[in-house]
Design a protein around this ligand. Structure first.
Ligand SMILES: Cc1ncc(COP(=O)(O)O)c(C=O)c1O
Length: 398
């Protein structure tokens, strides 16, 4: 058999998915025979179900035979709703033609990077950060350049660090705020300084704003609120996190760069033709319907965040700050790792096998995640309490 493409050898993965497969196997083979289960505190998906009115809209769309192709960039009422929603955070008003609908937010990364990156192009990516950024840049033969997000800066980056990373080959900066995995929120000052650098060096920006409705203090700030940014930025967003619609698969790219929008549309034509029609109708209901479910979910996450932060800080050798957004806690476990000579990954594995709690090592999100573990607090309060009880007991024994 002839060989697979070279490209495939460079494609990475999202560790969260492979860790779940390993954990499920461990649970099935080792724990279930003893009547035990893992406490899952690693999952990055809302434990809520999609809002009732969104489900009704999907059912209604099926009944109305919305089962045919749509235009590739999506149906107009959805593109208009996305444009109106995105304009709230931008210095320019977006129109329907600035929006390309996709089956999830991840495809926005895939397609934008496909449209931009040639072999040798440098892309500055947050580290720790969502692993698919690096995977996709490598896949396309580009060079991922890590931008450190450090705990002592509340997981913001320094503008000096950013300026030092920019070279003649830099084409794109990827940012994510609020962030996965740290829960950090980029400040207005950081974003403003970054916008100046992007304009000075004529760079593109991919702004991953998927958690922009899960923010606990103040308003979301988009890089596109700064003049000159909408035409060099693609905003990535979608319904997965805010509306608890991860499995419905609905996302969108928004840009004032007409050529980029045209290329994204062409890529969609070559790829999926269009996003599922019933899904697009669900998106209209999500964006234009009552927003109380979003607020209610956020308040539940806030209570779980506060509970988890206080329980974590009670465990010797673990510490964390209170994150401003998303539903993740990035916990410093350096004293424990130092004492035993473990890596974050070894510690996470021991926590699974010995404490029966599933968390992710910070290094699942890049080298700057060494010394940290990531919790997700979408789990129920009971699960959080039980997981942290087990962890506290385990740490006493090591
Ligand atoms: C930072 C970030 N961006 C994008 C996504 C992908 O969203 P979707 O499930 O809509 O593809 C995720 C999902 O975990 C994420 O954490």
């Amino acid at each position: 058999m002839k060989s697979f493409s070279q490209r495939m050898q460079h494609l990475g993965t999202e560790n969260a998915f492979s860790v779940i497969a390993k954990a499920k196997k461990f649970e099935r083979e080792e724990l279930e025979p003893q009547g035990k289960k893992l406490v899952m505190l690693q999952i990055g998906e809302p434990a809520f179900d999609a809002p009732e009115h969104v489900k009704e809209a999907m059912i209604e769309a099926v009944r109305n035979n919305e089962t045919h192709y749509t235009p590739s960039p999506g149906i107009m009422p959805l593109r208009e709703a996305v444009a109106a929603e995105t304009s709230k955070f931008s210095c320019e008003k977006y129109e329907a033609e600035d929006v390309v609908i996709m089956p999830g937010a991840k495809p926005v990364m895939f397609h934008m990077l496909n449209a931009l990156i040639d072999a040798g192009d440098e892309v500055i990516i947050p580290n720790p950060g969502f692993p698919i950024y690096e995977s996709m840049v490598n896949y396309l033969g580009g060079k991922p350049v890590p931008l450190p997000l450090l705990e002592e800066r509340d997981f913001n980056f320094s503008l000096e660090d950013l300026a030092n990373l920019i070279t003649d080959k830099t084409k794109l900066i990827i940012i994510n705020s609020p962030q996965n995995p740290t829960g950090g929120v980029l400040t207005r000052e950081t974003l403003e300084g970054m916008a100046e650098l992007a304009k000075k060096h004529d760079l593109w920006v991919l702004s991953d704003e998927i958690y922009n409705k899960i923010i606990y203090e103040g308003e979301h700030v988009s890089i596109t609120s700064f003049e000159g940014m909408p035409e060099r930025t693609v905003i990535l967003n979608g319904a997965s996190k805010a509306y608890a619609m991860t499995g419905v698969r609905l996302g969108w790219a928004v840009t004032k760069n007409a050529k980029m929008a045209e290329y994204l549309e062409q890529l969609i034509i070559n790829d999926v033709s269009c996003t599922a029609t019933v899904v697009q109708h669900a998106g209209i209901a999500a964006l234009k319907g009552p927003q109380e479910p979003v607020e209610q979910m956020r308040e539940v996450y806030r209570a779980r965040r506060d509970l988890l932060v206080s329980l974590v800080n009670e465990i010797p050798g673990m510490s964390c700050r209170t994150p401003g957004g998303a539903f993740y806690l990035f916990v410093n476990v350096q004293p424990i790792l130092k004492k035993h000579g473990w890596t974050a990954s070894e510690f996470a594995d021991k926590v699974m096998r010995e404490a029966h709690v599933l968390i992710l090592p910070g290094t699942a999100f890049g080298a700057h995640g060494e010394g940290y573990i990531r919790f997700s607090y979408v789990a129920s309060e009971d699960n959080i309490r039980e997981g942290l009880r087990r962890l506290k007991e385990y740490v006493k024994t090591i």
